[in-house]
Design a protein around this ligand. Structure first.
Ligand code: F6R
Length: 610
């Protein structure tokens, strides 16, 4: 099940409606089938909610609300429990409690049965309303006590913003799993949300609300306490991006903007980790002890992050000579994996909140493995729970399909492989310096790839009528095929499969018939001839081939419909350039079909429950 909601709460001296609606627009990527706000108006809580995008909510608020308000909560939803209806939209009110929720209450049916015995019935089909009912049933005028008792009864993931009818101007928040970040800006007020993008207009300094701590927001400030009411000082964090990063800046979609942000993101991720032409994690506080004495690396992640792990595995094994496996985090957590204190578990996650990846890290720690995470969001749960964290510096990624977060994850994995090789002395210092030189060049290489935009837009027309297609490649090109395939599927809804090119003939080639598109990636010199043989096999069965190669190889024009040539480079670094090609292919396939590129159906940016 997915966590697909964006939540925001504000109390202060400004008009809360503007802040809530503005915040919901920035959070819309987290959920986009209905939206709502609730706010104090003349001492009472008023709720406006509707099916549709945040724009629909804004229209409704503009026509229905005249009164100003300074305290309220807002929500943008993607339905999980209960269909897409006005009634099921958040906020939900029961008795004294008005609530917005991001997450899933797993024991909601059991709780609903208990409440029914007391004669209490919900009006919606949501687990959230049940949570509101539970909090209300525990409320006797004391918010902390009610929240504590209610949370003892709730199983599952939640980020809550709660208003009590008899406590105007106050918002209470608590979370378990689902993210919540907060800031207090003296000129504006106190604000809490699922993501920093909703806070950035007001402050670059913020804190992550720790799990099972309660934040009380008033116009005077934010007080954080533990469940027993003892004060707690959260760690303040600072972001190094600004409000422009959370806007489209003239691009039609965030995804296109984020593709174009890759050179910068790569530069920011790579440069601080190079000292004297060698990989260096001193400023990250990552000591070499984490790599010393390791006999195995296990990389865990989901989706695109896991695909970055496939490239990481190849680099670590090739350079550092350490046996490495890549595990899908949702499988790993239930597989009773064999781990020891000589295993290094590397978790890769853009959001740092993915539930399966977090569970994998927790399991690894339980089994005494060392843990290192590669994470983009500062202060996120995975980052905080790992022994060490190597932050990528992609800035906020808003489009659901990951682009810049993926290429910076690759860069981080290259740096880790280089450092391990350096420590293990499996590669000479001179050779490491040579690799670092190539890595330094990557932002420029990727910049050149951005100019392929128009060519790929044109080539992508070949996919306009496709219902199925294949990505094939060997070695690193196979890892890239996996990434190309997920990108295309998620935003264009074209079914595709990634295949190790040599594996086709063991069954799958029977699906290759006239005009089936095949995107063949052949950038790896040592298997180039082999991949080309596989291209010949599909071509002779009628496939329409888009062939991605390095510059300088001569290809029989009869072998493909289109050839995309990557600028000359050491082929170990081709994944960065090939990734851009694949991102553009997916992007234009989606655009040509008239789809919403940034907000594909059924998907959430951050999957914080199972
Ligand atoms: C695909 C995509 C997802 C994420 C996956 C893990 O474009 O974005 O496959 O990579 O959900 O998310 P994080 O990296 O936040 O753990």
């Amino acid at each position: 099940m997915f966590d697909r909601c964006g939540i925001i709460g504000f109390t202060g001296d400004c008009d809360a409606k503007d802040i809530l609606l503005g915040g919901l627009r920035t959070l819309e990527y987290r959920g986009y089938d209905s939206a709502g706000i609730a706010f104090f108006s003349e001492g009472k809580i008023k709720t406006i909610k509707t099916v549709g995008k945040v724009d629909c909510l804004c229209d409704k608020v503009a026509t229905e609300v005249e009164d100003a308000t300074t305290c309220g909560i807002g929500h943008t939803r993607w339905a999980t429990h209960g269909g897409v209806t006005d009634t099921n939209s958040h906020p939900h009110t029961f008795g004294n409690v008005t609530l917005i929720h991001n997450g899933i209450i797993e024991n909601y049916q059991e709780l609903a049965n208990e409440l029914a015995k007391e004669g209490k019935k919900p009006v919606s089909q949501t687990d959230t309303e049940i949570a509101a009912m539970v909090i209300d049933s525990e409320y006797e005028g004391e918010p902390y006590e009610a929240i504590k008792k209610a949370c003892d009864r709730l199983d599952g993931a939640y980020g809550f913003c709660i208003m009590f009818a008899d406590r105007p101007g106050e918002i209470y928040s608590i979370r378990n799993g689902s993210p919540l970040v907060a800031t207090y800006a003296p000129e504006t007020g106190a604000i809490i949300a699922s993501d920093m993008v909703a806070l950035i207009s007001y402050s670059k300094d913020y804190f992550v609300l720790p799990e099972q701590k309660i934040a009380k927001l008033t116009k005077e400030g934010i007080v954080v306490t533990d469940l027993s009411g003892a004060p707690f000082e959260p760690e303040m964090l600072h972001v190094n991006w600004d409000v422009a990063a959370a806007r489209k800046d003239g691009y039609e979609y965030f995804m296109l903007k984020e593709i174009h942000e890759q050179p910068q993101a790569l530069m920011k991720t790579i440069t601080p980790r190079i000292v004297d032409d060698l990989p260096d994690f001193t400023t990250d506080g990552i000591g070499d002890d984490i790599f010393a004495g390791i006999d195995r690396v296990v990389i865990v992640g989901c989706g695109t992050a896991m695909h970055a792990g496939l490239v990481g595995k190849a680099m670590i094994e090739k350079l550092a000579g350490v046996l490495t496996s890549v595990e899908i985090a949702s499988e790993f957590r239930y597989a009773n994996p064999i781990l020891s204190d000589k295993t290094l578990v590397i978790a890769i996650s853009q959001s740092g909140e993915t539930a399966d990846t977090l569970a994998a890290i927790r399991l690894a720690k339980e089994k005494n493995a060392k843990t290192l995470s590669v994470v983009n969001v500062k202060g996120s749960t995975i980052a905080r729970e790992s022994d060490y964290v190597l932050y990528t510096h992609a800035g906020p990624e808003i489009a659901v399909a990951s682009t810049k977060a993926y290429t910076v994850q690759l860069a981080a994995m290259y740096l880790i492989a280089f450092r391990m090789a350096y420590i293990n002395k499996t590669v000479s210092d001179e050779a490491i310096k040579g690799l670092i030189k190539c890595l330094r060049r990557v932002p420029k290489d990727v910049e050149k790839m951005l100019k392929y935009d128009a060519q790929i837009e044109n080539i992508s027309n070949i996919l306009n009528k496709a219902e199925n297609l294949f990505f094939i490649g060997r070695g690193l090109d196979y890892a890239l095929s996996c990434e190309g395939s997920i990108k295309l599927k998620e935003i264009s809804y074209i079914h595709s499969e990634a295949y190790a090119a040599g594996e086709l003939k063991h069954g799958t080639i029977s699906l290759i018939t006239d005009n089936i598109p095949v995107i063949a990636i052949a950038t790896q010199n040592h298997v180039y001839g082999k991949t080309i043989s596989n291209v010949k096999e599909v071509r002779s069965r009628g496939a329409n081939v888009i062939l991605i190669t390095n510059e300088g190889v001569s290809v029989d024009p009869a072998l493909c419909d289109h050839q995309i040539t990557l600028p000359r480079m050491d082929d170990r670094f081709a994944p960065f350039s090939a990734a851009v090609v694949l991102q553009f292919i997916a992007y234009y396939a989606s655009v040509h079909r008239g789809l919403n590129v940034d907000q594909p159906r059924n998907l959430a940016k951050s999957v914080t429950v199972e």
